[in-house]
Ligand binder design. Sequence first.
Ligand SMILES: [Zn+2]
Length: 73
Amino acid sequence: MSFQYAPTLRLYQNLYDCLSDPGELDVIDAIRAAEIHTACSERCQPRRRAQQTIASARSTEVERRPKADQLAE
Ligand SMILES: [Zn+2]
């Protein structure tokens, strides 16, 4: 295998570029991208990825809540 650039550095750079899709983001990168691109249009690729990741993270969180409510009763 040939040497590869540090993927985190590459991903971090892509987060700043509105025109390049950064790929799937983890929640930390999604929050960072959302902050960077908060004023961007819906055509901004990192912003769209960030919203997808944050939305799916939230829905996972909601799925966990009923269990916590059951424990409380
Ligand atoms: Zn942007």
